[in-house]
Design a protein around this ligand. Structure first.
Ligand code: IPM
Ligand code: MG
Length: 357
């Protein structure tokens, strides 16, 4: 059976990494005789320029009828001064919300081959395998906001229902892994965090009694992520804390360019994107690391397309490239490694997928 996937290349390096990711997706699914029908639509700055809206209706309609969606990246300095509702980022936020994608899964794993790329000492990195579950459609990102010439405000609100459902995603993931969840909040200061902690405690006690639940304040969590990263299994947190701590967690792997993500809701439709931004400074230069994008397609195969074996194929292909010394510029070069451009790295992943037995 064919699957339909909408690709939203977006801005900056988005189109470059999306192209490599789409090739890997089609090749991996093809190995299992599944054809991927790809369609493409505008989002972010590219959509503002063409249609004066960061999420045109046509784009949303195409996303709604797909089996899964991939997004490259949005944003760039040329849209820094457009009105706030017209910013490229607003297109992505509106899409997450319109599709009800309330849970964002961001795995941070370390590859032994890349230990040198991380600023942390190698002995800290061994065995790091974390999935951060970030609440994605609530909190300060979506609260009331406003400004006058001399003041501004953003508000953070959470409902019990919003906290419960994202905790359940974390709990179910932990059941298939090491059985540990760390819930991150700022319950010593914020009311939303006190509600978060109470709700998490209740959901885990009632529904996941076998899971070990730990609570950390976000400032301490930022520190513990560097001090004892291998201790974490699943982490769950609100939208803003998740945005910040996942960029931090990418340094465990070695580069922001390595991390994939999956945004999921109540049904199988999901949005898959690398966690990196549009990197306007290197856009169009064939220098971007396509790994986060390619691994996002593996997550798509696993969570939305029910093709877990094809997902494994992509994961293994990327790892094989790293093992054989292939790198992109952000990962740094040393003796025995070869730095490739975006397309050439995509070629190498494709060759691994095609030759896998
Ligand atoms: C991310 C990004 C987005 C976010 C931006 C582009 C709106 O930083 O996906 O982490 O803050 O959610
Ligand atoms: Mg971010």
């Amino acid at each position: 059976m064919n699957r339909s996937v909408t690709i939203l290349p977006g801005d900056g390096i988005g189109p470059e990494v999306a192209a490599q990711a789409a090739r890997a997706l089609s090749a991996a699914a093809g190995r299992f005789n599944v054809e991927i029908d790809l369609s493409s639509a505008l989002i972010g700055g590219a959509a503002i320029d063409a249609e004066n809206a960061p999420l045109p209706e046509r784009t949303l309609a195409l996303c709604e009828k797909a089996d899964a969606i991939f997004l490259g990246a949005v944003g760039g300095p040329q849209w820094a001064n457009v009105p706030v509702d017209l910013r490229p980022e607003q297109g992505l936020l509106d899409l997450r919300r319109a599709l009800g994608l309330f849970a964002n899964l961001r795995p941070a794993v370390t590859y032994p081959e890349l230990a040198e790329a991380s600023p942390l000492r190698p002995e800290k990195l061994s065995g790091v395998d974390i999935i951060i579950v970030r609440e994605l459609t609530g909190g300060i990102y979506f609260g009331k906001r406003g400004r006058t010439p001399t003041a501004a405000f953003d508000t953070c609100e959470y409902t019990v229902t919003e906290i419960e459902r994202v905790c359940r995603v974390a709990g179910r993931l932990a059941q298939s892994r090491r059985g540990k969840v760390t819930s991150v909040d700022k319950a010593n200061v914020l009311d939303t965090s006190r509600l978060w902690r109470e709700t998490a405690t209740r959901v885990f006690a009632d529904e996941f009694p076998e899971i070990e639940l730990e609570h950390l304040y976000v400032d301490a969590a930022a520190m513990h992520l560097l001090a004892r990263p291998a201790d974490f299994d699943i982490m769950v947190m609100d939208n803003m804390f998740g945005d910040i701590l996942t960029d931090e967690a990418s340094m465990l792997a070695g580069s922001l360019g390595l991390l994939p993500s999956a945004s999921i809701g109540e049904n199988t439709l999901g949005l898959y994107e690398p966690i990196h931004g549009s990197a306007p400074d290197i856009a169009g230069e064939d220098k971007a690391n396509p790994i986060g994008a390619i691994l996002s397609m593996a997550m798509m195969l696993r969570y939305s397309l029910e093709l877990a074996e094809a997902a494994d194929l992509i994961d293994t292909a990327v790892h094989a490239c790293l093992k054989s010394g292939l790198r992109t510029a952000d990962l740094g070069a040393d003796a025995g490694t070869r730095v490739l451009g975006t397309t050439a790295f995509g070629d190498a992943v494709l060759a691994e997928i095609d030759s896998a037995t």
